[in-house]
Design a protein around this ligand. Sequence first.
Ligand code: FES
Length: 175
Amino acid sequence: MPQTEEQARKGLSRRRALKRLSAWGILVFLAAQAVIWIRALFPRTRLEGPRFLRAGKIPDFQVGAVDQRFLSSHRVWIVRTREGIYALYARCTHLGCTPAWVKTVKKFKCPCHGSGFALDGTNLEGPAPTPLERFPVSLDREGRLVVDLGRRIHKRRDGTWSGPGAFLPVRPGGE
Ligand code: FES
């Protein structure tokens, strides 16, 4: 039976609608692919993880003490001395275990193969080849200590540190 003009028009508009639908489908697919690519380019930590730890005001840290409040959450110790403050990365430089602060001997001791580190992070004993790393520290406008967890600083052989923020000087009794 021959198609009427009306039937032919309906068929044409159905084909056009299908074409539009598939064009939108392709666009949505490409957009989803682009999102996947962008996520792959920027690691999860940069998109989702907080890079900057706002640890508190200077008086929150006791002189001579190793602050362990952020050990389990951020793997960082904050150490305040008479001269200033710094943040150590709690990762053994031998094979990556988490050392423990042993107050009685004033050392960070690694439970895995016995490496020991001084209060400033220097490797003292065991197989650890280098000192503990540090995270840069600074103060924000409100005077809170900010630890940049996205960068690490290494101690050089001459005893200096490889980047700014390895040590934040604090006046005695300073805030
Ligand atoms: S991982 Fe710390 S001593 Fe081996």
